[in-house]
Design a protein around this ligand. Structure first.
Ligand code: HEC
Length: 181
């Protein structure tokens, strides 16, 4: 799905660029240019941004995004183990995970797998079975949002159960789509 998004965004961006560069168009009005640029940058701020990354940048960004989620899960685990979890910390870290989760599958654009020659543990199956990969990404978002829902309660048992549900999705995707070290 993210692929379709950035193709669409590319088409739109190209059209706008051609329009702006058209040599014999004296009718171009400053306001029209501003509107065209606003449309392009609105797209660039969303799903389109991934299309502008080099493969190495996309790989770096997904690693950083995963590490952010891993750190937040550790922080929540630490709070739960403490016996007296800090609700504010539980919630803040749950929100970090929920913000990172929707980025996960977007940061695997075509050309960033092992055939790129770059260092990555991503398996080629991501690009041959994209529907399964994206479905796992969707489940991750759902479980992360549920975690935000229970984190603020400070109910350690409920947060622990939801952490297990979330971690289950991480593990399932790693088994299917990440090279074992
Ligand atoms: C939709 C599939 C998917 C889900 C869901 C997923 N991961 Fe991953 N994860 C991957 C893949 C694929 C890689 C390998 C990426 C690479 O090396 O380019 C990876 C790599 C990682 C890494 C290593 C990053 C690095 O710097 O090498 C960490 C840490 C990680 N994931 C944590 C998590 C956590 C925590 C969750 C759940 C909250 C999670 N992942 C959910 C697919 C997933």
């Amino acid at each position: 799905m993210s692929h379709q998004h950035h193709c669409l965004a590319n088409d739109r961006a190209d059209t706008a660029t051609q329009f702006l560069q058209h040599p014999d168009n004296p009718m171009i009005h400053a306001k029209t240019i501003v509107l065209a640029l606003a449309a392009v940058s609105a797209l660039a701020g969303g799903a389109a941004s991934v299309a502008a990354l080099t493969p190495q940048q996309a790989i770096d960004m997904r690693h950083a995004n995963f590490e952010k989620m891993g750190k937040a899960m550790k922080a929540i685990g630490g709070e739960l183990k403490s016996g007296a979890p800090n609700k504010g910390l539980l919630l803040a870290n749950a929100k970090i995970i929920a913000a990172a989760a929707p980025q996960v599958t977007k940061l695997f654009p075509a050309g960033t797998g092992p055939s790129s020659g770059l260092k990555t543990d991503a398996l080629p199956a991501i690009w041959t079975d994209r529907a399964t990969f994206d479905a796992l990404g969707g489940r991750l978002v759902g479980e992360a949002n549920k975690l935000v829902g229970v984190a603020g309660s400070g109910d350690a048992a409920a947060v622990g159960a939801q952490m297990k549900a979330l971690g289950g999705v991480c593990g399932e995707c790693h088994r299917k789509f990440r090279k074992e070290d």
